[in-house]
Design a binder for this molecule. Structure first.
Ligand SMILES: [Zn+2]
Length: 156
């Protein structure tokens, strides 16, 4: 935005925005646009824009009460559906995490040494980092699903 050409431009604009122009302004500020071309242009353009806005508000058709009621019902229904969707996503994410945790627990209980089996199946380059990778995967499985569900619910 450009710097104001006149130091009093802000005062004039504030008076215009608040609706105090010209009756609610001091005599000095009211007389200022007569001697300042920048403020005169500001008053003319802003006054024209405000008059156009007011005319638009006066001429805007008022929707029927049935349409307003129907739109309110649709909005209420969409908000309820969004809330239910968020809750469902959170429950699904939590269930997925619990299932992943139970699967890891079952593996640990019934397949002793499964981590070594997984480590042998990995390529040699990442074999040394297998315990760390398994820990990361386990953390993602346990905590990732609820986090993903929570993030998904924030977008909708
Ligand atoms: Zn001025």
């Amino acid at each position: 935005m450009n710097a104001p050409l006149c130091p009093r431009e802000g005062e004039v604009l504030d008076a215009l925005r608040s609706g105090a122009w010209p009756a609610g302004c001091g005599e000095e500020l009211r007389a200022h646009p007569a001697e300042c071309p920048s403020c005169r242009d500001l008053v003319e353009v802003t006054t024209a824009l405000f008059e156009d806005r007011d005319a638009g508000i006066q001429q805007a058709p008022i929707p029927g009460s049935g349409l307003v009621w129907w739109k309110m019902l649709m909005r209420h229904r969409q908000e309820a559906m969004g809330s239910a969707r968020r809750t469902l996503l959170l429950v699904q994410g939590t269930a997925l995490s619990v299932a992943g945790g139970l699967a890891l627990l079952m593996l640990q209980l019934f397949v002793p040494g499964w981590t070594e089996l997984v480590a042998r199946a990995l390529p040699a380059a990442v074999r040394g980092a297998a315990p760390v990778l398994l820990a990361v995967v386990a953390c993602l499985a346990l905590a990732g699903a609820p986090i993903v569900a929570w993030l998904a619910s924030r977008r909708s």
